[in-house]
Design a protein around this ligand. Structure first.
Ligand code: ADP
Ligand code: MG
Length: 256
């Protein structure tokens, strides 16, 4: 039975996709069988893993609209042990098409039933909103990982995120919880980074991962080569930090 973890934060640019892609790749390197679900119409996780967005035979759209199961729609990646449920702009339509459908919040969960028997970890890269796509991720997930950028407005919008999580928990998925919070674009030399870290830790306590992700140019270059950091530059600071974060996630995950 898999553990399903969704990377979510309704702000854009907090490192959701970078974290989802690289944690998924390192978990596969650690001999876990891993599925990464790209749930963002932007398809950044899809292209970041070198999968062409425009000629997909099937995608997460088909899973949400019940025309394919996840197992049918996945594709392999260059990372051994890592499969991808890809996405592209067709997903924009799913959000609209589902509005009047029954049980629309549970489409992803239903589509992942068979996959949960196959994979050790299923990671979901959420779009930067709290709309129906993210609600589908929360309904399907066991836990949420919140990537937070160490910037001035990091905590702004947090109450909305917590509200959404609590709503889904109350009405759809009682076992949902925050699995962890990861600080991204971390620069210990900046006062601001330290302030954000202190605030985030006073709010989330033990949920904050010890591993932090520094700002690292190699992490931002890797997606344009269609590679996770482990294949692009496995010796960079970014690679080391994602390897350490993945170890922490697996330790928490396997301990559940
Ligand atoms: P989100 O999915 O939350 O919108 P992304 O992971 O796409 O955020 O990151 C936003 C941008 O910042 C991307 O261009 C990405 O390459 C870059 N980026 C993310 N994390 C880092 C990092 N630790 N160091 C440098 N650049 C980063
Ligand atoms: Mg993203």
């Amino acid at each position: 039975m898999s553990i399903v973890l969704a990377f979510a934060n309704q702000k854009g640019g907090t490192g959701k996709t970078t974290t989802a892609v690289n944690v998924a790749a390192y978990a596969a390197n650690a001999n876990k069988s891993v599925l990464l679900v790209d749930l963002d119409p932007q398809g950044n996780a899809t292209s970041g893993l070198g999968v062409g967005k425009h000629a997909l035979k099937a995608s997460v759209y088909d899973v949400l609209t019940n025309t394919a199961t996840a197992v049918q729609a996945v594709c392999r990646t260059k990372v051994q042990g890592l499969d991808l449920l890809p996405s592209n702009m067709s997903l924009v339509g799913a959000e609209l098409e589902l509005v009047n459908e029954m049980a629309r919040e549970n489409r992803l969960k239903e589509g992942l039933v068979a996959a949960r028997q196959t994979y050790d970890y299923i990671f979901v890269d959420c779009p930067p909103s709290l709309g129906l796509l993210t609600v589908n991720a929360f309904a399907a997930a066991d836990g949420i990982i919140v990537p937070m950028q160490c910037e001035y407005y990091a905590l702004e919008g947090l109450s909305q995120l917590i509200n959404s999580i609590n709503l889904v928990k109350r009405h759809i998925n009682p076992s949902l919880s925050i699995f962890g919070v990861v600080l991204t674009m971390y620069d210990p030399r900046l006062n601001l980074t330290q302030q954000v870290e202190t605030e985030v830790k006073s709010y989330f306590g033990e949920k904050v991962f010890n591993s932090v992700i520094p700002r690292n140019i190699r992490l931002s270059e890797a997606p344009s080569h269609g590679l996770p950091i482990c294949l692009y530059d496995g010796r960079s600071k970014g690679a080391e930090s994602y390897m350490a974060l993945t170890r922490e996630i697996i330790r928490r995950g396997d301990g559940r």
